[in-house]
Design a protein around this ligand. Sequence first.
Ligand SMILES: [Zn+2]
Length: 99
Amino acid sequence: MERCRLWGHAWYPYDAEPARGGWKDVLSCERCTTRRAFIIDRNGFVVSKAYDYVDGYRDATHTYDSKQERRAAYYASELREKLAEQDELKERRSRRKAS
Ligand SMILES: [Zn+2]
């Protein structure tokens, strides 16, 4: 969900059916399952759009003051994990050498 907030959703075609004399086209996000539905008229113009967010998606959107802060928080935690993994690897290697 956090990745979608940062990068946008990863849409794929989910469903399509006739609607209101035109067409209803539904996309779904492969990460968070948010759905986006378009009603498209006979000439191909979008006449309405609707989003169906996954639970909790919108609640947390105001946790950060800015997109930069959100991004920084995300990468800081990702990097912390990666750096911890690397440290562990290094330690394991040096332990192996020592024995
Ligand atoms: Zn998403």
